[in-house]
Design a protein around this ligand. Structure first.
Ligand code: FAD
Length: 344
């Protein structure tokens, strides 16, 4: 409900994999959480960018789909009864009475917390949009049509004429994958060389030779045309002005993510190249009571991996405990000893 103030132990900004695991770690130390995310669903990059891709470096899971990992993290956090405020960006963070912090969302929700964990990944992220006149009229269409910046379900592209633009891993991986279901797949790239995993590039060339995928190189997107608001043609041009018209039901531009800290940049935290500087032993920022974990942080040796973020969540929770439970000794306990509500 807008203009409502919730009081909690810890406010977590970002419901990506690392923010979700922070709920569990805080819960294990008897600290309740409210979690806010700008996106309409939890999971951060895993849900928004690659839900159907398998991840191979989550300890204990030789292979797990990104969407399944998110669902398991939600299940793991559930016993601690977090409150989620999704689909709203945190726009302000300011000091409140008694050393507490007030987190405010664009929807007018306020969270008064003893401590804040910023797990905001790459910030307010969004796709880099190609500068095509009138592109907005093809955005927001159902999956498999118009202009889409991510593939949620491969099956939405079954029988579709797909034009992919870009030369990185996403462009190459989706060309390989969609070639199995789409009516046609064309890959537009401005250079002959792809910046993707060599094995994937090798397979792409194999599919091209077999006639399953068409490589449209060296060309760049120039225009898009439709009939009655439905995309029909992607026009591409090379540097000499030669033009080709590609029949298309859907254009997938994969030009990377625009990374923008958004409002977080205004909160007076110590930043280094769009990342929050933290103490690697506690994930504390330079403001007392504010912690940061996951992709958004930097410290010597930081690895932008989910597993690293999980460890940071545990460290931050332990560092926050004395703020939420002052004077209470924290006895380190394994989960096997302490158990989890409702499970033990
Ligand atoms: P994110 O997942 O980025 O989540 C941050 C969340 O914070 C987002 O949901 C965002 O909306 C929200 N947010 C930001 N600003 C605000 C705000 N002001 N208010 C409210 N919400 C906000 N990592 C691996 O370990 N293994 C892999 O195999 C792997 N494969 C990958 C493949 C791809 C294609 C990509 C793109 C990434 C991959 N990664 C992989 C990286 C991994 O996804 C990230 O390390 C991980 O998502 C970081 O988690 P996070 O919770 O820190 O941030």
């Amino acid at each position: 409900m807008p203009n409502q103030t919730h009081r909690t132990d810890v406010a977590i900004i970002g419901a990506g994999p690392v923010g979700l695991f922070a709920v569990f770690e805080c819960g294990m130390l008897d600290m309740g959480c409210h979690v806010v995310d700008a996106l309409g669903e939890a999971g951060g990059q895993c849900s928004a960018l690659y839900p159907e891709k398998p991840i191979y470096d989550i300890p204990g899971y030789p292979e797990i789909m990104a969407a399944d990992l998110v669902s398991k993290l939600e299940q793991q956090a559930a016993p601690f009864d977090p409150t989620y405020h999704l689909g709203q960006q945190v726009v302000a963070l300011r000091g409140a009475a008694d050393g507490r912090w007030l987190v405010e969302t664009e929807a007018g929700i306020r969270i008064d917390a003893c401590a804040v964990i910023i797990a905001a990944g790459v910030g307010a992220f969004g796709p880099n949009r190609p500068p095509l006149a009138g592109i907005e009229q093809y955005e927001g269409h159902p999956p498999g049509s118009g202009v889409q910046y991510l593939v949620r379900r491969r099956d939405d592209y079954r029988g579709r004429r797909v034009v992919i633009a870009g030369g990185g891993d996403s462009a190459v991986d989706w060309a390989l994958s969609l070639a199995e279901v789409a009516e046609s797949v064309a890959v537009v790239h401005r250079r002959g060389k792809f910046r993707a995993a060599p094995e994937s590039v090798r397979r792409l060339h194999e599919l091209t030779e077999a006639g399953t995928v068409e490589l449209v190189i060296p060309f760049q997107l120039h225009d898009i045309k439709g009939v009655g608001g439905e995309l029909r043609t992607v026009v591409v041009r090379d540097l000499d002005g030669n033009e080709r018209w590609l029949a298309a039901d859907v254009l997938l531009p994969f030009f990377g993510l625009s990374q923008n800290l958004g409002p977080i940049a205004e909160w007076g935290l110590d930043l280094n190249r769009n990342h929050i500087v933290v103490d690697p032993g506690s994930c504390a920022t330079d403001r007392e009571g504010i912690f940061a974990i996951g992709d958004i942080v930097t410290y010597p040796g930081k690895l932008k991996l989910i597993l690293t973020g999980f460890a940071e969540a545990a460290m931050a929770a332990h560092a926050i405990h004395p703020l939420v439970h002052p004077g209470e000794a924290l006895h380190f306990e394994y989960s096997t000893t302490k158990g989890v509500p409702g499970r033990s």
